[in-house]
Write a protein that binds this ligand. Structure first.
Ligand SMILES: *Cc1c(COP(=O)(O)O)cnc(C)c1O
Length: 395
């Protein structure tokens, strides 16, 4: 019996259930928008990465439909065989320009971009020096690499300096950091990282998954935000968050692009994007350039929502971006808080250990440019009511 042979998995799941950590998938019965239907219930959405509301933007939808009519539903091959269409190359030229880089290369997702780049860029005898809170895809990419790994304390520049000194005789040193950290919403100290890396002759790679479309002019990311254009060797981005579609990319030099085309395993061995996806991503970059007011509204909404939470007495941690954690402490409190918010018509997920440290469980919220002030006020009212019910505020 298959069930019997899978028993070891069922036991692991029972263990999760007994610890209250089993989380069924929440199912949307609507488009990804500010108001969504979740598990059949209409709620206000504070849980998406759809920073600029682009998932439903008319220009993206039209581009996707038109490209599908013209080019078909799928690409039919990996990029290196017959799966490179002119829409893919057009998107890559646009992304390179957008990031003020010489060239770019698109992957199926941000996750595979990190895996693809980190696995092959550096080799045995090299070292990758990585912030301890970097994204799982960076961690896995480093695991796949033959280079040594060296983990520095979160944003601790003295510790980074020690790691650079310890590895000074390595052939290649690569420092890698998230641009914006996904759980706390804090920003990497990129100027200090670049200064140290330059002094030690190290390469710098920044993963701007949560910064592209959010920080910098027209959403160019942290490199542009800190006016470091031309001084960061590799910029990773995702097309799945603010860009609103799906995919990942690296923006760097033509040499890096050529090297990855020949070596990056997800690029070589996995089929390219459907043409509709590439065309919609391309349209999204056009929107970023044409509608800078979207990013302005995103930041206005962020300021309004954060100020409201603080006024109510909530702890929003070290967040400096639209990613706003509302710290609860205990995992059980965060889960109960999320459930009660849901009953009041607000969808915001609770996140606990091991995704965040023990005692730092939280409700993770992201407002978007598409939220209205009335919606944000409604969300704050729900936070206030539940916060008082559970004794998180007003003690
Ligand atoms: C979300 C995220 C990714 C993965 O991007 P996808 O396009 O969803 O695969 C990679 N890095 C960071 C820092 C992220 O936050």
């Amino acid at each position: 019996m298959i069930t019997e042979r899978m028993r070891f998995l069922a036991e692991d799941l029972d263990d999760l259930r007994s610890k209250g950590l089993f989380r069924p998938l929440r199912v949307l019965g609507s488009a990804q928008d500010t108001e969504v239907v979740v598990d059949g219930v209409a709620v206000l959405n504070l849980s998406s990465n759809n920073y600029l509301g682009l998932t439903t933007h008319p220009r993206l939808k039209t581009a996707m439909v038109n490209a599908t009519e013209l080019w078909g539903a799928g690409s039919g091959a990996v990029r290196t065989i017959a799966g490179t269409m002119s829409v893919h190359e057009e998107l890559e030229r646009k992304l390179a320009d957008f990031k003020h880089a010489e060239a770019s290369l698109v992957f199926q997702s941000g996750f595979t971009a990190n895996l693809g780049v980190l696995q092959v860029l550096v080799k045995e005898g090299d070292v990758i020096i990585s912030d301890e809170l970097n994204h799982a895809s960076i961690i896995d990419g480093i695991r796949l690499s033959k280079a040594e790994r060296s983990i520095f304390k979160h944003k601790d520049m003295d510790d980074l300096e020690r790691h650079l000194e310890r590895h000074q005789d390595k052939r290649v040193k690569l420092v890698v950091t998230d641009g914006v950290f996904s759980m706390d919403g804090d920003i990497a100290p990129l100027p200090a990282i670049v200064e140290r890396a330059e002094r030690h002759g190290a390469l710098v790679m920044v993963d701007d998954a949560h910064a592209s479309g959010v920080l910098g002019r027209n959403g160019r990311g942290t490199v542009n935000h800190f006016e470091l254009d031309g001084r960061v060797d590799l910029q990773i981005g995702t097309l799945s968050k603010a860009i609103g579609v799906l995919g990942g990319y690296v923006a760097s030099t033509q040499t890096v692009r050529d090297f990855l085309i020949h070596r990056a395993r997800p690029f070589l061995f996995s089929t390219s994007h459907p043409p509709g996806v590439a065309a919609a991503c391309s349209a999204a970059i056009d929107v970023l350039l044409a509608e800078p007011d979207l990013i302005e509204r995103l930041w206005q909404n962020t300021a309004r929502f954060k100020a409201g939470l603080k006024r109510l007495g909530f702890d929003t941690g070290p967040s400096e971006t639209p990613i706003t954690p509302v710290i609860m402490g205990k995992g059980a409190t965060a889960m109960a808080f999320s459930d009660r918010l849901f009953n009041r018509g607000v969808f915001a997920q609770g996140i606990g250990y091991p995704t965040v440290p023990e005692g730092r469980a939280r409700i993770r919220t992201i407002v978007t440019s598409a939220h209205s002030e009335a919606q944000l006020d409604r969300a704050l009212e729900a936070f206030e009511s539940v916060g008082k019910e559970l004794g998180v505020i007003g003690k």
